[in-house]
Write a protein that binds this ligand. Structure first.
Ligand code: NAI
Length: 337
């Protein structure tokens, strides 16, 4: 199927080319670095399949333009689909498919990487030692063993994060609308959200962004947290209300923050802006804290995950092309992701 991919980077193209070659080259792939916006929809004209990435916003206007250009399939190369106006897609008879799981290990391991780096001040130690500063002031961490880790969203990524943290000897608490047997079996205890906030030394977010989780971490939630808590967000930026997070850091209620996602990331992340003036004052403020580590939505970025994304995306397109439907279709009523 003629497929146009938006927001592509040089490092992911070989994975798509290889996956397509291995499948016998059934698809004609055109790669664009440009993001998918109303202005760039013209690039998709004549392509029945469009493949966007996480920060391409598929608004009603974008979907209408794609529909006018002959697109029938939106093949998301992500698990999250909060960036698609699903009602509009359904109205336009556009099928939306996604990659429900590629490497949940990649995201779980990156979440724990942020925890350990923050805990032991690896980001600060790295800079100090390079300057010949071997002083240890400000680098006191804590043993992970016996600390309480609160996992919000115990699906594929949350469960793997729980498994890793169990290996450290953490006590596991969870909050989810659908408790997982796997997590219960590993000793995780489900509690309500306020209890998780009050009890946890580490809170790690692995729920999808949906109307229920939008700004789940707001001023009220921050106020309920244990003094000095560590907060990790590798899910979606808008699960956290950034001003409340900044206030929590300033009041010392929140002791450490690790973010791989940021509510306003779509105009920033995945781009080299090192020669530009940063206009986002909230992000600029977050970058001033010594106890905050931000990575630019890279939690998924392992070779295994890129391979999985390419394979499943192309399988999704093939399934749609041959059968007119797809197992990994996303429906408008699906609000739990
Ligand atoms: P999943 O669907 O396996 O698990 C999500 C869990 O959240 C489910 O157990 C669900 O019941 C729960 N949940 C839904 N609504 C909830 C609510 N209101 N309160 C509490 N829990 C709720 O999804 P998976 O694969 O574990 O991914 C989780 C999220 O991670 C994705 O939706 C995506 O936003 C994010 N993600 C981030 C990546 C990154 O590179 N930073 C890469 C891949 C995913």
């Amino acid at each position: 199927m003629k497929t146009v991919l938006f927001s592509t980077k040089s490092y992911e193209r070989p994975f798509f080319d290889e996956a397509n070659r291995e499948a016998g080259s059934p698809h004609e792939l055109t790669f664009h670095e440009a993001r998918l916006t109303e202005a760039t929809t013209e690039l998709s004209r004549g392509h029945p399949c469009v493949c966007p990435f996480v920060n391409d916003i598929l608004s009603e206007a974008v979907l209408e333009a794609l529909h006018r250009g002959g697109t029938r399939l939106i093949a998301l190369r992500s698990a999250g689909f909060n960036h698609v106006e699903l009602d509009a897609a359904a109205r336009l008879d556009l099928t939306v498919v996604r990659v429900p799981a590629y490497s949940p290990h990649a995201v779980a391991e990156h979440s724990v990487c942020l925890m350990l780096a923050l805990n032991r001040g690896v980001h600060r130690a790295y800079n100090r030692v390079r300057e010949g500063n071997f002083a240890l002031g400000g680098l006191i961490g804590f043993d992970m063993a016996d600390k309480t880790a609160g996992i919000v969203g115990t699906g594929k990524i949350g469960a793997l994060t729980a498994r890793i943290l169990r290996g450290f000897g953490c006590r596991l608490l969870g909050f989810d609308v659908q408790p997982s047997e796997d997590c219960l079996a590993m000793g995780l205890q489900y509690v309500d959200f306020p209890e998780l906030l009050a009890e946890s030394h580490i809170i790690t977010l692995h729920c999808p962004l949906n109307p229920d989780t939008h700004h789940l971490i707001d001023a009220d939630a921050v106020g309920r947290m244990r003094e000095g808590v560590m907060l990790i967000n590798t899910s979606r930026g808008a699960v956290v209300d950034t001003p409340a997070l900044i206030d929590g850091l300033k009041s010392r209620r929140i002791g450490k923050v690790g973010l791989d996602v940021y509510e306003e990331e779509s105009d920033l992340f995945f781009r080299d802006l090192s020669n530009e003036v940063l206009e986002d004052d909230q992000l600029a403020r977050l970058l001033t804290f010594p106890n905050v580590i931000i990575t630019g939505h890279q939690a998924f970025l392992t070779g295994e995950a890129l391979e999985g994304i390419a394979d499943t995306t192309l399988d999704n397109i093939s399934e749609f092309e041959t059968q007119g439907t797809c197992t990994n279709e996303v429906h408008a009523a699906q609000h739990t992701q």
